[in-house]
Design a protein around this ligand. Structure first.
Ligand SMILES: Nc1ncnc2c1ncn2[C@@H]1O[C@H](COP(=O)(O)OP(=O)(O)OP(=O)(O)O)[C@@H](O)[C@H]1O
Ligand code: SF4
Ligand SMILES: [Mg+2]
Length: 326
């Protein structure tokens, strides 16, 4: 497959969650965490998914990984609808689409050696046995900057950065095509973060992985992405190539995020939690444009009608009444 060919395509994905207790609502009430999200993740490219806490980023990733069952929409792997696949085919896809989580320590079993942790996906899928597992694990550890000395050690013996390298090795051992990276560096010191970002980038150059990189750090998303989708309360409000988005941010939410983070530098953290107005909650989604209570450009129509998603350039879409469809 060539660079740029679609690996994962998400069309109109919907995911609802039951709101459990009486505090937010009656039993049987649902919140919509993801609302008709469409994305394309291409070979050799990184799609950055950025938005404040609770905007639905991880829920999108977990639906792609089939850790969550979507309530609507379609997910295609190399053009094939996951919903139309049988159990065996889905099992194969599991190896092709992998994940690296934010907190390497809680996602690595403390009682297992690195050899078992990294080799586990191979032994589960029964692709490889015996000495070959060790050879493959060792090759993978070398890819991520670790070595033979580390094989028989346990997660607690490693630093945060090394643990994230182990998490990467475990994700890569099944030779995946697509990797979800869910805040993979936000638990790390900034200097270590830069090393891990470089590793993630180098591995992509070597192997052509398609990445979905989830973060609420604008500097990180700018450093690592080819294209960026901005999420607000379950919706993609703007998507574009990285350069277009940073040169010409159009949605007032994207602009507000950028205004709040004037120096895009991966050596400085730039979390997004500094916007004025109430933090968004999918339990109480405002009518019309859901950003309107916090928008400095709000118009009457914004309180009544949700704006459609409009293509304003070849690789640039915005959902805002300032950009009417023609
Ligand atoms: N299993 C669940 N049950 C009920 N509600 C959930 C569940 N998982 C997520 N949610 C809700 O769905 C919304 C989106 O959550 P999600 O974790 O996808 O956001 P996020 O963008 O990844 O946030 P963060 O940056 O904090 O990780 C939130 O309101 C969250 O409370
Ligand atoms: S639709 Fe209106 S309220 Fe929403 S972002 Fe655009 S201008 Fe602001
Ligand atoms: Mg998340």
């Amino acid at each position: 497959m060539n660079r740029g060919s679609p690996v994962i395509e998400v069309r109109d994905l919907i995911k609802n969650f039951a709101v459990s207790s009486g505090f937010f609502g009656r039993p049987g009430t649902f919140l919509r965490a993801v609302d008709r999200v469409s994305l394309l993740i291409r070979r050799g490219e990184t799609l950055g998914l950025v938005g404040e806490s609770g905007s639905g980023k991880s829920t999108v990733g977990n639906c792609i990984l089939r850790l969550l069952q979507p309530d609507g929409g379609q997910i295609f792997f190399r053009g094939r609808d996951l919903a139309a696949m049988n159990r065996r085919e889905l099992q194969t896809i599991r190896g092709r689409v992998q994940v690296v989580f934010q907190d390497p320590l809680s996602s690595l079993d403390p009682r297992m050696t690195i050899k078992r942790i990294v080799g586990y996906p191979l032994t589960v899928s029964k692709q490889v046995r015996g000495a070959e597992v060790e050879d493959r694990v060792l090759a993978m550890l070398r890819e991520v900057g670790l070595g033979k000395d580390h094989l028989h050690r346990y997660p607690h013996e490693f630093s945060g950065g090394q643990r994230q390298r182990i998490g990467m090795a475990r994700a890569l051992i099944t030779e995946p095509e697509c990797i979800m990276l869910d805040e993979p560096t936000s638990a790390l010191d900034v200097s270590v973060q830069a090393q891990i970002l470089n590793l993630i980038h180098d591995l992509q150059k070597r192997h052509g992985y398609a990445y979905l990189f989830i973060t609420h750090d604008l500097a990180v998303v700018r450093h690592i992405s080819h294209r960026i989708a901005v999420m607000y309360l379950g919706l993609i409000v703007e998507s574009a190539s990285k350069d277009t988005l940073f040169e010409n941010p159009c949605h007032p939410y994207t602009r507000a995020l950028m205004a709040s983070a004037p120096r895009p530098d991966p050596f400085n953290r730039q979390d997004l939690a500094v916007l004025p107005g109430d933090p968004p909650s999918p339990v109480h989604i405002p009518p019309g444009c859901r950003f309107h209570p916090r928008c400095s450009s709000v118009m009457d129509v914004c309180r009544l009608e949700a704006p459609p998603r409009v293509r304003i350039a070849a690789d640039h879409e915005v959902a805002c009444h300032l950009y009417p469809s023609t």
